[in-house]
Design a binder for this molecule. Structure first.
Ligand code: 13P
Length: 355
């Protein structure tokens, strides 16, 4: 694959009206989400759940790529073909999470640095042979009055850039995900300041490691207030602050920005994406979604681990995917929502955090 192929993968993932389904939860994270609904987490139940998502009829109209976890890319569908193949036949690009998780940072143990660089070249090469076309690495940045430390920001930016360079060498299109967490009581202004500093460090590091910006995607958080902040911003404020931050810090050569949902409820993640795309002024990149919880929660809830609910789970995913597809071109409307409140937070989902 040449750098042209990497560019074409990036552009395919952010094709008009489409975005990415992040379904790359680790086994412990998915087990926690299953636990809250009383679903037993076994290799078989995780496979059934992923197959339900990946084969939702019609979802490929809005889903351009799926990020899988190591266990999933090695699993076969009930028809006996690898799950990556089930995606490919629908024109959905298979992707893979390749970091090995956020671990305490030696100099500042309340913070984390994402690990997984050791042996990464060989793992990427294996995933490429299993038909993965792109990869994801998530860095986690915690916000308090005194955090993040510069050690945390620079260590994570460096690791993201080393990962991205290795991906491009091994012919996988890298998605760089520096996530500034919504946990905490910080204001939207503080989130904007931290997100700007993190993006600045990430693009400096990507430049140092000679990563081709045209052959990558950025997966950032939106600029929002911390969940416990008493002053919650309006939809317009989130959209304006997010776009301002991205304009200041993301080079125009990057083909697309695909947001994480980060713990926003499903409908709010859609509304915010739509509002960002409706703002006027320059937007040199495609702006779309790479949602995990905001796409999956209604589907998981509808399925509830029961075979008789597989079709209901698939239609819940199709619905959220269609709403987010519309939001990625600024054409989402309230009328697109079904009458039910299924897109809102189920009461127990507060604990459905990524690890
Ligand atoms: P959320 O949309 O649930 O934040 O997940 C996105 C993701 O890929 C986290 O790494």
């Amino acid at each position: 694959m040449t750098s042209r192929d990497l560019e074409s993968v990036a552009q395919t993932l952010v094709a008009e009206g489409k975005g990415i389904l992040a379904a790359d939860e680790t086994i412990p994270t998915l087990t926690r989400r299953f636990d809250t609904l009383g679903i037993q987490s076994t290799e078989q139940s995780r496979r059934t759940y992923r197959e339900m998502l990946f084969t939702s009829p019609g979802a490929a109209e809005f889903i351009s790529g799926v990020i899988m976890y190591d266990e999933t890319i090695r699993q076969k569908s009930s028809g006996g073909a690898p799950l990556a193949e089930a995606l490919k036949v629908q024109g959905i690009l298979p992707g893979i999470k390749v970091d090995t998780g956020a671990k305490p940072l030696a100099s500042s143990p309340e913070e984390t640095v994402t690990e997984g660089l050791d042996g990464l070249r060989n793992r990427l090469s294996e995933y490429r042979s299993m038909n993965a076309r792109f990869a994801k690495w998530r860095a986690v940045i915690r916000v308090t009055d005194s955090l993040p430390s510069s050690a945390c920001v620079s260590a994570n930016a460096h690791a993201l850039a080393r990962y991205a360079a290795l991906c491009q060498e091994q012919e996988l299109m890298p998605i760089a995900e520096p996530e500034v967490l919504m946990d905490g009581s910080h204001t939207i202004e503080r989130c904007g300041e931290v997100t700007g500093a993190v993006l600045h460090a990430v693009f400096n590091a990507l430049s140092d490691q000679a990563v081709t910006l045209e052959g990558m995607l950025l997966k950032p958080n939106m600029v929002v207030a911390g969940k416990a902040c008493t002053r919650q911003p309006s939809i317009e404020d989130v959209a304006t602050a997010t776009l301002r931050c991205l304009r200041r810090h993301v080079p125009a050569a990057v083909p697309g920005i695909v947001f994480l949902s980060g713990g926003q409820n499903a409908r709010l993640a859609t509304v915010h994406l739509n509002a960002i795309n409706r703002l006027s002024g320059p937007k040199p990149w495609k702006i779309s979604f790479s949602y995990g919880r905001a796409l999956q929660d209604p589907a998981l809830e509808a399925w509830h681990g029961r075979d008789e609910n597989l079709a209901a789970g698939q239609s819940a995913l199709y619905h959220r995917a269609s709403c987010n597809g519309a939001a990625s071109v600024g054409k989402y409307t309230d009328e697109m929502e079904l009458e039910s409140a299924s897109a809102d937070d189920p009461p127990h989902r507060r604990d459905w955090r990524d690890d």
